[in-house]
Design a protein around this ligand. Structure first.
Ligand code: HSO
Ligand code: ZN
Ligand code: ZN
Ligand code: ZN
Length: 266
């Protein structure tokens, strides 16, 4: 059975699910292991949520529950780290302060706005908004290296006015290739995030074409994550994602443990 490497619980501002419920559901779905990756978005713009984790409580609860359920599932300690260009050393300082198994670097804020909010798309075309997201992502992946994989690199298309209707790899090829080349050069992995199916896109984030392109450019590190914030979406559409990854030329997916990749056959 597969492992889910992108999971939230109530230690993330935007989830109310107790960690133990996520664990019990993961066990009932037959997962061999799971990694919690709670949101840590330093300097998130003021709003409904601060996206900061109570790290002492997170670490303590996870280690207690990992022991309690050790016979049923292997539970790993991760973080989804929000990347923003102005954060400087704060990101690597944070990552180096905890014994993480796995760090996802994700862009949730561009020019002080979350693409989740409709204001991100105001006063510009959808294409301009998507391009701005990719440009900011590129700046971040050039600047930072303190993460193991880049999360949901086309996150922005979940929330655009027309979502993925006019979106394809070809329309953004130049910038996406540049992002993928930086990841490959730095030996940073790419996440296959099945949250795209949950948002009705009919594809994971990123799309099959982008996953394939990463492989063509020499990328080998793919993690598989549902981005579930509630139990029902744990390992959502993993069979479809696995088929896609095989189609793209991957024979292995990756699980990180103590920040080191372990490869498992697909
Ligand atoms: N960053 C979240 C989306 C969100 N933003 C919810 C504000 N509220 C992705 O999990
Ligand atoms: Zn979230
Ligand atoms: Zn995210
Ligand atoms: Zn997430």
């Amino acid at each position: 059975m597969y492992s889910d490497s992108h999971l939230h619980s109530s230690f993330s501002s935007d989830s109310d699910t107790p960690m133990e419920e996520m664990i019990q559901t993961a066990i009932s779905k037959g997962l061999s292991s799971m990694c919690f990756t709670e949101h840590q978005d330093l300097d998130f713009p003021p709003g409904e949520f601060d996206f900061l984790v109570d790290m002492d409580a997170y670490q303590q609860t996870l280690s207690t529950l990992a022991k309690k359920y050790q016979e049923q599932i292997h539970i790993r300690f991760g973080i989804e780290l929000g990347l923003q260009p102005q954060l400087g050393n704060q990101l690597s300082d944070f990552v180096n302060s905890y014994p993480f198994d796995f760090v996802i670097g994700s862009v949730h804020v561009v020019d002080r706005l979350d693409p989740y909010e409709s204001v991100f798309y105001e006063n510009r075309s959808e294409k301009e908004a998507y391009l701005r997201y990719f440009t900011c992502l590129l700046e971040n992946v050039k600047k930072y290296s303190c993460f193991d994989v880049c999360g949901h690199i086309d996150y922005v298309v979940r929330y655009g006015p027309n979502k993925n209707l006019y979106y394809s790899y070809q329309n953004y090829q130049e910038i996406i290739d540049e992002i993928l080349r930086v990841l490959v050069d730095k030996n940073i992995g790419l996440e296959c995030n099945t949250g795209g199916f949950k948002y009705g896109l009919g594809h994971p984030n990123p799309t099959e074409e982008i996953l394939k392109r990463y492989r063509e450019l020499g990328g080998e590190i793919i993690t598989l994550g549902s981005d579930a914030h509630v139990p029902q979406y744990i390992a959502y559409e993993f069979e479809r994602a696995v088929d896609i990854l095989k189609q793209c030329g991957f024979s292995y997916y990756t699980v990180f443990e103590k920040r080191k990749p372990i490869f498992f056959p697909l």
